[in-house]
Ligand binder design. Structure first.
Ligand code: ADP
Ligand code: ZN
Length: 431
């Protein structure tokens, strides 16, 4: 099923022609903003000389710090009266940044979300419950407009208030949900606590995004809820959700290349990497009037999947995000991503739905402490069984990350639940 078959299956040559046309306009718009006007001057960039997509790599990169520097409107390319909306990033890594949209930007973003939802088989017959925060965060209103554009009945329930969420699902026969993976894990527990099996709620699909998670967590959630889960990627700097989305094949996310030019770079040297190699995703927004952003360093690590997708869409896919460059933990000199720890925990059947990673330093040595909730039935057995499990978890973790973790097994509900983006890592090391 396609939303706009022509654009979704467009041939490479036609796509590149379109991209170049849009890039030229985006660069001209950018040059009219105080921020890029200065950056282009400082770097001797003449936008009229960008006549091929290949020239993109010669343009300067834009970072989150640049957005903060140009706060609030140094990157705005249209008069104030043409702006109809603003959003802000969640501020996971510091002061949040603001993004502006014209009416056309909002309409085209909604269209892109509708395209993404149709790629997973959603239709106007679906009832869509949006459990992402409404407000400045893009996950709420972003999907909301897209789902309405597609024609779904939208329940704008926002995040939290779990009992109400369950009631809405039951009363209105919700078939598609949008939720963070950490909240989906928590909500499954709340549902079970009400004496209801999550699959009996009848939800068919979940769009999971806004935070990194592992393939094992997807599998676990699909099993617990009895649904198909699709990975959804976006960031406020690039509108919000709808940048890249999985299709029905569930094997990597199509990054919508008629809106975004993407590159993978080595985060240290900033050189472009060949297709298939893992690195930092850099995106240029070529489809936004209010605020063009050129070569934005997302800090998200992924790789391109060069093979064509059997669904017929020609927009290239990216792999599940491994984490952010700034999520990487250095423990005793070893690089560890929280998603690696998660992938080990979530495939162990005894492990429940929440965990936490705590780092501290004792006598100049880093210590990694993994706190894991188990299902309650595990605590009715004997201590020996728990000790064996502890041993097994620590061995499996050590085998993957080469760091020796201390494991703490907890009863369900011991750790703070997440209703939005989870905070999984507590770093108490102060140097
Ligand atoms: P903030 O940067 O303050 O968290 P955003 O709300 O814009 O603000 O969050 C965007 C970020 O969320 C992305 O850059 C990425 O790190 C993360 N993210 C979004 N979707 C996914 C996903 N499907 N998988 C992994 N990470 C994701
Ligand atoms: Zn596909």
């Amino acid at each position: 099923m396609f939303w706009n078959k022509d654009i979704e299956t467009i041939g490479r040559k036609a796509l590149e022609d379109l991209q170049l046309k849009k890039l030229s306009k985006a660069l001209k718009d950018a040059a009219s903003t105080p921020f890029y006007n200065k950056v282009f001057k400082d770097n001797k960039v003449n936008v009229d000389r960008i006549t091929s997509l290949d020239h993109l790599k010669d343009l300067p990169l834009t970072s989150k710090a640049d957005l903060r520097l140009s706060y609030p409107d140094g990157m705005v390319a249209v008069p104030r009266r043409e702006i109809v909306r603003m959003h802000a990033s969640s501020g996971t890594t510091g002061k949040s940044t603001v993004i502006f949209y014209t009416a056309k930007d909002i309409a085209e973003w909604a269209d892109l979300i509708a395209r993404s939802m149709v790629a997973t088989g959603t239709t106007p017959d679906d009832v869509f419950q949006n459990m992402m925060g409404y407000g400045l965060f893009t996950g709420g209103l972003g999907l909301h407009y897209g789902a309405e554009r597609l024609g779904c009945m939208v329940i704008p329930s926002s995040s939290g208030n779990s009992l109400k969420q369950i009631q809405l699902m039951q009363d209105f026969k919700t078939s598609v949900i949008h939720i963070t993976p950490s909240y989906a894990l928590h909500l499954a527990e709340v549902v079970a606590g009400q004496g209801v099996r999550p699959p009996d709620l009848g939800v068919k699909k979940a769009y999971l995004g806004a935070e990194p998670y592992s393939e094992e967590t997807r599998n676990k959630l699909e099993e617990q809820w009895g649904l198909d889960a699709y990975n959804s990627y976006g960031l406020s700097e690039m509108n919000g959700p709808g940048v890249a989305f999985e299709c029905e094949k569930k094997s990597g996310m199509h990054l919508w290349e008629d809106f975004y030019l993407f590159e993978i770079i080595d985060p240290d040297t900033c050189e472009r990497l060949p297709d298939g190699e893992e690195g930092e995703l850099v995106i240029t927004h070529i489809n936004r009037e209010a605020m063009p952003i050129i070569r934005y360093r997302t800090r998200d690590l992924t790789r391109v999947i060069p093979e064509p997708c059997p669904c017929g869409r020609t927009h290239r896919r990216i792999e599940r995000i491994k984490g952010r460059t700034d999520d990487m933990l250095i423990v005793g000199g070893v690089n560890v991503f929280p998603s690696q720890i998660e992938s080990v925990l979530m495939k162990v059947p005894e492990v429940g739905n929440n965990y936490q990673i705590v780092l501290d330093r004792h006598e100049n040595l880093d210590r990694l402490h993994v706190r894991v909730e188990l299902y309650s039935k595990m605590f009715s057995g004997d201590m020996k069984e728990l000790n064996r499990l502890k041993e097994r978890l620590s061995e499996e973790l050590r085998a993957l990350i080469t760091v020796n973790p201390r494991i703490e097994l907890l009863e369900p509900g011991s750790l703070p639940p997440s209703t939005g983006k989870a905070v999984r890592v507590i770093d108490n090391r102060k140097i």
